[in-house]
Design a protein around this ligand. Structure first.
Ligand code: HEM
Length: 248
């Protein structure tokens, strides 16, 4: 490499790397938005097409579980689905840089609606968690998710009230990673359901479903949170660090 090419090399590669990073972000964001819309269309909307008992007869989602519960829990399920659906789609829009930069007023309003949706969706999630067909695992897994959803949403709100934008972004990344559990749960479930078939093991729907559903209350959000922390560090935002203990 000549002295001249060595000098101009960084100038030529930097914009390409930036362009690639931007293209990668755009593809990732489009994937998140489309999967969010698909979950709303195929998992949330069906609950508003008929009564829970009719849906239970057609084996839609968890309708058969909730058709047996009290009116209070059923009401919480509907509130939860509406809150979750608004948060899933509204939250994806919040990560669209064009919207943030060009119309910040819309970003602020969608942000308020998003946090209210997280608030009511999280509280309703806590109400329905004890009825989960996954028993204690469902209660603790979904319950912990609901608590963390509420806490990270609150921290994101407090940070922006203090005008601490980097902390607000970090808490929003964590919070939306938890919201996105609504999608990852529905990606893990068919994978775990079909895994015994791929491993050549005997397969029967009810036991395969019970087995898969015992894993998702934690699996749907723990990896998301680890990924969020990695993303926060990569972007240079305030991240969690394990304290270093010095031994003297
Ligand atoms: C991130 C925090 C969330 C928590 C804590 C949570 C909690 C729960 C719980 C406890 C259930 C009942 C599950 C069971 O009985 O085993 C449930 C069901 C449901 N949730 Fe969520 N959820 C969250 C996010 C979302 C999101 C973002 C959506 C978006 C659409 C959503 C939509 C639904 C739907 C449609 C059901 C009914 C079950 C089904 O048919 O799949 N949830 N959720």
């Amino acid at each position: 490499m000549t002295r001249v090419t060595r000098l101009i090399e960084p100038v030529r590669t930097a914009p390409l790397a930036t362009r690639n990073r931007r293209a990668g972000r755009r593809i990732a964001w489009t994937f998140v938005l489309l999967t969010a819309l698909a979950v709303v269309a195929f998992s949330a909307v069906p609950y508003f097409t008929a009564s829970l008992s009719d849906l239970a007869g057609d084996d839609v989602g968890l309708a058969s579980t909730y058709a047996e519960t009290s009116v209070f829990v059923q009401g919480a399920l509907y509130v939860h689905i509406v809150g979750g659906a608004i948060a899933l789609v509204g939250g994806a829009l919040q990560f669209w840089r064009g919207l943030r930069d060009r119309v910040p007023r819309v970003h602020r309003w969608v942000g308020r609606i998003y946090l209210v949706a997280v608030g009511i969706g999280g509280i309703a999630g806590l109400v329905i968690a004890p009825s989960s067909p996954a028993g204690y695992v469902g209660f603790f897994g979904f319950g912990a998710l609901a608590v963390l959803w509420l806490v990270t949403g609150w921290r994101a709100y407090r940070a922006i009230r203090r005008r601490d934008v980097p902390s607000h972004q970090a808490w929003m990344i964590r919070n939306y990673a938890l919201t996105y559990a609504g999608v990852t749960l529905r990606l893990w479930l068919p994978l775990l359901l079909l895994a015994p078939l791929l491993l050549g093991q005997p397969w029967e729907f009810d036991s395969a479903f019970a087995n898969a559903y015992a894993a998702v209350p934690f699996l749907c959000w723990l990896p998301n949170l680890v990924f969020a922390e990695w993303l926060i560090r990569r972007r240079g935002l305030p991240s969690y660090r394990l304290p270093v203990t010095r031994v003297s």
